[in-house]
Write a new protein. Structure first.
Length: 390
């Protein structure tokens, strides 16, 4: 309870905006952006991936597994690229740099970020597999004007390449700027190549097709060290807290941006990791993130625009199907059985028998005798090889 009248007005306005979004649901039909779906999702239905960073050695097997499993989803752009209007709109072409693995690109949806530094008088080297966080209330899905980005009931956030026009709204509102654009591919080429977008946005879809078949995501299956686990939100949050307690560690993702379905547990605080890691385009930060959708302007936009975006998405999807595009592997909104994708006890034995993580034995490389080139702050941002290149 509060006696502050301005707070009461604020809460009433939020409820009003939220109710507008709800009222629009019936009209929108089909696949709705995340804001409109959020009310239907029970937290326990969401699948969460949990990374135990004390186990990751940075071998990159997960990155290779991801690239192999998702290669057929990667873009094949058509040249020459249409001239864009206004001319300030950038071409983003990663098709000649498909082998880049040290950052996120349209062809690399997972990379290993490494942080080296000192914590409590000891040197550390922590490897962090980075990809989409699959936010519980994702601004990318809530604010996509075309309804191309959507959150599914199992917590996966996907971008439909068949209807994405590459306007990059999802990237600009994502707290980690995860989605990556490839020019010269997608529906915009068939609509108004000069005026309607600039390609398609790509990011981790948490192996939605594999998950729908009851299989684990490729990066989880491909890790020889059992770094990741997957299961219901309730189980994974409890496991994250137990892990953090055991190692005297820290959790990232549980509350960031209002909560995400990718959790990290680290023996080193995340602000220390963030300061020590290289961040910038394609290399997401590890800072605390407030709930972006709590911002009143965004809430209003989502509530008022979600129904319209849903209708547009339906129309674009129909057009895309006629043109032979769109998601094919699983129906948007289809919910796989979480239990099927959850590792059975036997699966957990697949990981190597490593010592139970503790303050002194976390990560293989902790110790004062290790060389480190840890920067004291964030290094300068390197030139963008794909962004803006012709
Ligand atoms: S998550 Fe596993 S596969 Fe990926 S880099 Fe770490 S140890 Fe290697
Ligand atoms: S991390 Fe960014 S791209 Fe991924 S779901 Fe959240 S807002 Fe969307
Ligand atoms: S969940 Fe699938 S798409 Fe996402 S990073 Fe892992 S392998 Fe790649």
């Amino acid at each position: 309870m509060t006696d502050d009248p301005s707070r009461k007005v604020d809460i009433s306005r939020r409820r009003f905006l939220a109710s507008l979004g709800t009222l629009g649901l019936g009209a929108a039909g089909l696949m709705l952006p995340g804001a409109a779906q959020a009310a239907k999702v029970k937290p326990d239905d969401e699948l969460v991936t949990l990374h135990d960073l004390s186990k990751c050695v940075g071998c990159g097997s997960c990155v290779e597994a991801c690239r192999e499993a998702n290669a057929r989803k990667f873009p094949e752009p058509v040249r020459p690229f249409p001239a864009m209007y206004p001319e300030s709109v950038k071409v983003e072409d990663w098709s000649g740099k498909r082998m880049v693995t040290d950052r996120l690109t349209p062809y690399n949806w997972l990379y290993i970020q490494t942080a080296r530094g000192q914590f409590q008088g000891q040197r550390f080297e922590v490897h962090i597999p980075r990809r989409c966080m699959h936010c519980q209330n994702p601004p990318c899905a809530n604010l996509c004007p075309w309804g191309a980005a959507a959150r599914e009931d199992n917590g996966i956030v996907r971008i439909d390449p068949g209807i994405c026009l590459g306007g990059a709204k999802c990237k600009s509102v994502c707290p980690w700027e995860i989605p990556m654009r490839q020019t010269g591919v997608g529906l915009y080429l068939k609509i108004m190549p000069r005026y309607a977008g600039n390609g398609v946005m790509f990011k981790c879809d948490r192996c939605a097709d594999r998950v729908a078949e009851g299989r684990k995501p490729a990066c989880i299956e491909g890790c020889p060290y059992g770094v990741q686990d997957i299961g219901s939100r309730t189980d994974m949050v409890a496991k994250a807290h137990a892990l953090a307690r055991n190692m005297g560690g820290y959790i990232y993702g549980e509350t960031e941006n209002g909560g995400t379905n990718s959790l990290y547990v680290s023996p080193v605080p995340f602000d220390t990791l963030d300061a020590a890691a290289t961040t910038g385009p394609g290399k997401p930060h590890l800072s605390p993130v407030r709930d972006m959708m709590a911002d009143e302007d965004k809430l209003a936009y989502a509530a008022l625009f979600a129904p319209v975006a849903g209708v547009i998405a339906g129309a674009l999807r129909l057009g895309s199907r006629l043109a032979g595009g769109g998601l094919k592997e699983t129906k948007p909104g289809a919910r796989p059985a979480p239990a099927a994708a959850r590792p059975a006890p036997d699966d957990e034995t697949e990981s190597l028998a490593l010592p139970k993580p503790g303050r002194d034995d976390f990560n293989l490389s902790l110790g004062p005798d290790r060389k480190t080139d840890a920067p004291t702050g964030k290094p300068g941002r390197p030139a963008e090889p794909g962004e803006g290149g012709k």
